[in-house]
Design a binder for this molecule. Structure first.
Ligand code: SF4
Length: 481
């Protein structure tokens, strides 16, 4: 994949806007998940209190992350899990490739993990001639298509059934069919033989529990359970922010996550992994490794505003609610983390130069904040990142590589700030704007740029708010007199 740039974002967003098949698939899927979420949370009268509890747990854990990580490491080791630390994506990939190679792996089975996507683990495994097989159905589909996920929890959300059927015919030789059952059976048959032959299973981790040193994984397909229990070696890759203090905290997140993500009360499977197979166990890996990844996260901890990005439990609800994501889908963002949460974490992980357009890919409507189960203030983060980009100040966690805005733009904004700081100057400019906007043939004079390319500019009321206010004060004075 060539390097992502702000220009590419605009091009990809534009392509997506002209792709009717993509837009109808997105409309259907995001609408369905949004409706299911609403129905699921309507059954929980204490939903707001639960969200607040989730927010407080995450805030506390992120504030004392060093302490909880050490507690997790020591308890995990006590359980026989081998804990490794990776400062960045390269270290994580090198570690996992080495572990897989020492296990003699030629094929590894993988369960869905955004963190492995973030570090581009599949490419690193392939370079070492180890074949990674995605076992989540959606991930397997996009692996066959040679694409990257376009949604955090529904990787193939952008594909229609007809496109998937065509892909199966082309890549695995399935006779043409539009029968969902046949498509699933075909995938299941191929994947089952991979589970049996793979030497290593690689997963992510939804939560790492400091109190017990265990990891928890949630899923609906059963592939995670097979990935983590059938191969001889299990390797989990988790961002350092996945730690939660106690097993009781799981009760909060297991209610928040599935309801927000898929609108389920609970996912079909929850796997709590507390070490390798013990004497007398019928199944389970002989070795369990967990790789704890930083990759820019500890820099995000420095400020409150950016720290909250790490509270994300990857439910995907903000993607489904976002009017921008609903129109352009995930690929336009050029990041494994699309949508509102992607727009705030990608510039912090990849650098603001490459992703400087993403914080602007939002109307700031606040729908993401409203649905977020841990109350992340994404609009606040978007504004913070926009101001970092505009001021060319460092984005925490990212290389300080923000290009300066062109000088005429910077000068223009300075003049504008000065002009609107004075009440008389502000009144004059709003009077001029109102006069121009009421005369359509003069509207081209307004510096609204691309704003009106896809929107109407509404004609302002004949009397401004300031005039009405003045009148009402005068009226009050007359009444008092
Ligand atoms: S930011 Fe909130 S809504 Fe979006 S994926 Fe993360 S937890 Fe879910």
């Amino acid at each position: 994949m060539s390097e992502f740039t702000p220009q590419r974002f605009r091009q990809q967003a534009d392509d997506a806007l002209h792709d009717e098949v993509l837009r109808s698939a997105l409309r259907r899927a995001t609408g369905l998940f949004g409706d299911r979420r609403k129905a699921a949370i309507a059954e929980v009268p204490e939903w707001e209190a639960l969200r607040e509890r989730g927010r407080v747990i995450k805030e506390n854990v992120l504030f004392h992350l060093d302490r909880y990580l050490e507690q997790f490491e020591s308890n995990a080791r006590r359980q026989g899990i081998q804990v490794h630390w990776a400062r960045d994506a390269k270290e994580a990939c090198d570690l996992i490739v080495d572990l897989a190679a020492s296990a003699g792996a030629r094929t590894v089975v993988k369960s869905k993990s955004m963190t492995t996507e973030e570090v581009h683990l599949n490419a690193a495994l392939e370079r070492a001639e180890i074949d990674p097989v995605e076992t989540d159905l959606g991930e397997w589909i996009i692996q066959l298509a040679g694409e990257v996920p376009s949604h955090i929890i529904v990787p193939a959300i952008h594909k229609t059934k007809a496109q998937i059927a065509e892909l199966f015919t082309e890549k695995v030789g399935l006779a043409p069919t539009d029968d969902e059952k046949k498509l699933t059976e075909c995938a299941r048959g191929i994947l089952r033989s991979c589970f049996v032959t793979a030497d290593v299973g690689i997963s992510g981790a939804n939560f790492c529990i400091a109190e017990t040193g265990s990891i928890l994984l949630v899923e609906n397909e059963g592939n995670i359970r097979m990935t983590t229990s059938l191969p001889r070696v299990h390797i989990a890759l988790a961002g350092i922010e996945k730690v939660i203090p106690t097993i009781d905290d799981l009760a909060v997140f297991l209610r928040l996550l599935p309801r927000s993500g898929t609108g389920q009360h609970l996912t079909t499977y929850q796997s709590l992994i507390s070490g390798p197979r013990r004497t007398g166990d019928e199944e389970g890996p002989e070795e369990v490794h967990i790789v704890l990844l930083d990759n820019g996260r500890s820099a995000m901890l420095r400020e409150h505003v950016t720290r909250q990005s790490l509270a994300c439990i990857r439910c995907g609800a903000c993607l489904n609610a976002c009017p921008v994501y609903q129109q352009i889908g995930g690929h336009a963002y050029g990041s494994v983390y699309p949508g509102p949460i992607g727009a705030v974490i990608t510039p912090q992980l990849q650098g603001a130069k490459k992703a400087s357009q993403l914080p602007y890919a939002s109307s700031l409507c606040g729908a993401c904040r409203e649905v977020c189960p841990v109350k992340i203030d994404i609009p606040e983060l978007l504004l913070h990142l926009r101001s970092c980009i505009a001021d060319k100040s460092p984005v925490p966690g990212a290389p300080n590589d923000i290009p300066s805005r062109p000088w005429p733009e910077r000068a223009g904004f300075r003049v504008w700030a000065w002009w609107w700081s004075g009440p008389k100057r502000y009144a004059l400019s709003s009077w001029i704007a109102g006069a121009v906007m009421r005369r359509p043939w003069l509207r081209w004079l307004l510096p609204v740029g691309g704003w009106t390319a896809s929107r109407d500019l509404r004609t302002p009321a004949t009397r401004s708010f300031r005039a009405l206010w003045r009148d009402s004060l005068a009226e009050e004075r007359d009444n008092d007199a």
